[in-house]
Ligand binder design. Structure first.
Ligand code: V47
Ligand code: SF4
Length: 394
């Protein structure tokens, strides 16, 4: 029996579509990579229905109905920072450090111990950058966590932190990353990427690691067998070409190393930061952006929508626009995202809530670990919903 051709062919034949867009659609259906210019064209001319149809085709081909999440929690060692990114709603400048927090290794371990006996699989550690939390601090921290709970996956720090602490310790990226791995680091989260274009990066995140340094630290990590994620902060002063340039650089590195697990677009939220005057992207634009990322990044297995930032409803919609992963239970007690204006005042969801959120839009919830090994398939697991929860999910 031969597989029947995708209904998209019929749509393309019977609908009036710009010929360049049609040729992009044919490439997608033939499993061919689209070019830089075609990426820009999708942003300029691709309507939501069109890019969504193609992205959903790719998503379903790769993952069927599966939608991944994990049981994780976040720890922010400090919200004091030597940098002052204009979009950051969270950090306290080092000169106002009395308004912030700086956790010791014991403080962090106590937070981790609060999850003893709970089936969490990952701790996500990242925060501000301060001299005190240096090369030795993080090696000691990772060792202490592994000593307490060896199976807990440590996904920690971004090139923003690593570049700073390696430079201060006068070690190369390779030496530094190897030491972190030896101490217990398992993978790296995708933060600090912002937008790679140097002009825009200087304007919104001046002083911190450059795009080249960010990419180089990820490359080094991948070479050492440390996988990672990649983010893109969009919807501020960048244009469509900057977004494609960002994804192009990631696509090239992924061709080389295959070390990225997921791409996570992060919508700029405009509260309590120096870029408050900018309007936020619309939900249509958020969905178009997920879809174009799914089409462009043909060598990334997973596209993640970070529910704590984008809200539950857009997360549910995103599952038809290329997204196959919604991050995890999170349990972010420091509320880094609600501070920037996310809808989520309590950035934590129970497994039951996440499962019901995914099932409510007809997808199959799969609990994964950080490396996408399946922990549990929830197809036949039925949770009861309480009424308040139901109201949030439909
Ligand atoms: O790099 C800061 C972003 C990132 C704002 O790898 C903002 O699994 C929007 O990278 N509006 C950190 N975004 C978070 C991050 C992340 C989150 C979840 C999962 C993973 C992963 C990574 O948050 C920063 C920055 O780009 N950010 N302020 C803001 N106002
Ligand atoms: Fe510091 Fe990160 Fe905030 Fe920039 S985004 S000011 S590096 S905490």
């Amino acid at each position: 029996m031969t597989a029947s051709p995708s209904p998209i062919y019929t749509i393309l034949e019977n609908t009036k579509i710009d010929s360049a867009l049609k040729s992009i659609a044919e490439k997608v259906l033939n499993n061919e990579r689209i070019s830089f210019d075609e990426g820009v064209l999708l942003y300029e001319k691709g309507e939501l229905g069109f890019v969504g149809m193609l992205a959903n085709y790719i998503r379903n081909k790769k993952h069927g109905n599966k939608t991944y999440f994990n049981r994780n929690f976040h720890v922010e060692p400090t919200n004091v920072c030597v940098y002052s990114c204009k979009f950051c709603s969270y950090s306290r400048l080092i000169k106002h450090r009395e308004e912030g927090w700086e956790l010791s290794i014991d403080d962090i371990l106590n937070k981790i111990k609060q999850y003893d006996g709970q089936p969490v699989t990952e701790v996500h550690i990242t925060g501000g950058v301060i001299p005190k939390q240096d090369f030795n601090f993080y090696q000691d921290l990772f060792k202490a966590i592994k000593q307490h709970r060896p199976e807990l996956h440590i996904k920690a720090l971004t090139p923003v932190e690593y570049h700073y602490i390696f430079k201060k310790a006068k070690v190369s990226y390779a030496e530094g990353m190897q030491a972190m791995k030896n101490a217990g680091l398992d993978s790296m989260p995708g933060g600090g990427a912002e937008i790679f274009d140097s002009k825009i990066r200087d304007e919104i995140a001046g002083g911190k690691c450059s795009a080249e340094e960010w990419l180089s630290i990820h490359e080094t990590a991948h070479q050492l067998g440390i996988p990672s994620n990649a983010t893109m902060l969009y919807g501020h002063i960048e244009n469509f070409t900057h977004r494609v340039d960002h994804m192009e650089r990631l696509r090239q590195l992924q061709d080389k190393t295959h070390g990225f697990n997921a791409f996570i677009p992060l919508k700029f939220r405009n509260q309590h930061n120096e870029m408050e005057h900018l309007p936020e992207a619309t939900i249509t634009e958020d969905l178009r952006n997920y879809a174009i990322a799914r089409i462009y990044l043909d060598n990334f297995e997973h596209i993640k929508s970070y529910w704590a930032m984008i809200g539950r409803n857009t997360t549910q919609l995103s599952l038809n626009f290329g997204v196959d992963d919604v991050d995890g239970t999170i349990d972010d007690t420091t509320k880094i995202y609600s501070m920037a204006g996310s809808e989520e005042q309590i950035p934590a969801m129970s497994t039951r809530e996440l499962v019901n959120l995914i099932k409510a839009v007809g997808r199959t919830p799969i609990e994964r670990d950080t490396l996408y090994n399946v922990v549990q398939d929830y197809t036949y697991v039925v949770f009861e919903e309480d009424e308040k929860e139901k109201a949030r999910m439909y």
